[in-house]
Design a protein around this ligand. Structure first.
Ligand code: HEM
Ligand code: HEM
Length: 159
């Protein structure tokens, strides 16, 4: 685990690239209907859609991002923001990580086993949680920038 005394001042280039590339890939998988990505791809002897390929890439990037976060750390939530919102931001970030792992794993599981219950979770509950968290996260990012003036947005864009 990272040493709280040694948290970095900003996000590294790799962390920023991971943040924004995952935003784009997640947007594709959350917004574009799965069947529109149907394309002729074979992986491990099975045909695979673009949705599944993108979902698998999201999973692999999330694993990388998780270990970078544990090893390198992220900037502390600045004291300029009220304590409650600092806690909310951290909680939301860890919930995102849980979804980064759970969503593709359940997608792969449902695809391999054909389990309808698991597929339902993958198609409904988990995307709904993403859609609840994203506005809260973006709202906090904007409040950091324009209300509390802590420049967290600058740190995730420019470093
Ligand atoms: C974080 C990554 C992922 C997200 C956000 C995501 C999101 C979604 C959403 C919102 C749906 C419902 C919309 C639709 O049916 O078009 C869906 C369906 C589905 N996803 Fe994913 N998914 C991800 C990864 C995966 C992976 C890795 C696989 C399998 C290898 C997968 C397999 C499926 C399947 C089989 C369906 C159902 C298609 C159908 O009902 O015909 N997903 N996913
Ligand atoms: C799919 C959408 C998004 C997801 C899943 C997401 C996820 C995350 C995660 C997990 C972090 C923590 C840093 C890390 O562990 O790497 C983070 C930080 C951050 N994100 Fe996002 N993000 C999304 C979209 C956005 C958007 C659209 C903005 C800008 C309006 C934004 C602004 C920020 C800011 C400013 C931080 C640093 C602030 C902090 O640490 O609280 N994010 N994001």
């Amino acid at each position: 685990m990272q040493n709280p005394q040694a948290t970095p001042d900003s996000f590294s280039l790799l962390q920023r690239l991971l943040h924004w590339s995952m935003v784009a890939l997640l947007a594709l998988n959350l917004i574009v209907p799965q069947r529109m990505w149907a394309m002729e791809m074979t992986l491990w002897g099975r045909s695979m859609s673009g949705h599944m390929a993108i979902g698998t890439v999201i999973f692999l990037l999330a694993v990388l991002r998780f270990f970078i976060r544990l090893g390198f750390g992220v900037p502390n939530e600045p004291l300029g923001a009220p304590r409650f919102f600092r806690g909310l931001a951290r909680l939301g970030q860890w919930m995102f990580y849980a979804l980064f792992f759970a969503t593709p794993i359940l997608g792969i599981w449902a695809y391999q086993t054909g389990d309808a219950q698991v597929l339902r979770l993958h198609r409904t509950l988990l995307p709904a949680l993403f859609w609840m968290l994203i506005p809260v996260h973006v709202g906090l990012a904007l409040a950091h920038q324009f209300l509390w003036r802590t420049d967290m947005l600058g740190k995730i864009i420019r470093g």
